[in-house]
Design a protein around this ligand. Structure first.
Ligand SMILES: [Zn+2]
Length: 164
């Protein structure tokens, strides 16, 4: 006899604000299912915030998946290997701008696609090629590609993204 058990649905939580000395994600303590934490609006990560973050990540263990990590969060991931703990990185924001109109753009890319391409600069540039919606010029990435994606050397991906 077969018994199919549906895995618990993840709770999707968006965190707006700064990861600083006030970062105490109380709301998440009550959640027992896996958590997807959307970090696209995080504009600042302070060193006191990192201390808080590390203990939070440790408590969550592998239940936590990070979605749309902002450039500031990616910077912390690259600076400190422990920042990710056991959590998985579903997607990250890649900061871009138009060299002609100077309009900024913050598209979100899946980690699986980025990781498959990141060791090959031409593949990565192809994946990241986006046109300005106004003038059609190819947007420039507002970061050093090597530095920005260095966390892929150790980041865990969501299970369904591991292949690609
Ligand atoms: Zn433009």
């Amino acid at each position: 006899m077969w018994r199919i058990e549906t895995p618990p649905q993840p709770a999707v939580v968006k965190f707006d604000g700064e990861i600083d000395e006030h970062f105490v994600p109380d709301a998440l303590k009550e959640i027992e299912s896996p958590i997807i934490l959307d970090l696209r609006s995080v504009e600042r990560v302070t060193s006191a915030g990192i201390v808080r973050w590390l203990s939070f990540v440790k408590k969550c263990g592998s239940r936590l998946t990070l979605r749309a990590c902002s450039p500031q969060v990616v910077g912390s991931m690259n600076m400190l290997r422990d920042f990710l703990g056991e959590c998985r990185v579903e997607s990250v924001v890649v900061p871009m701008y138009c060299p002609v109109c100077h309009v900024e753009s913050f598209p979100v890319y899946s980690s699986g696609k980025l990781r498959a391409a990141y060791q090959d600069t031409s593949l990565l540039r192809h994946l990241l090629a986006q046109q300005c919606t106004k003038c059609k010029v190819t947007l420039a990435v507002d970061a050093s590609l090597d530095d920005y994606f260095s966390f892929f050397a150790y980041a865990r991906l969501p299970r369904e993204q591991v292949e690609g």
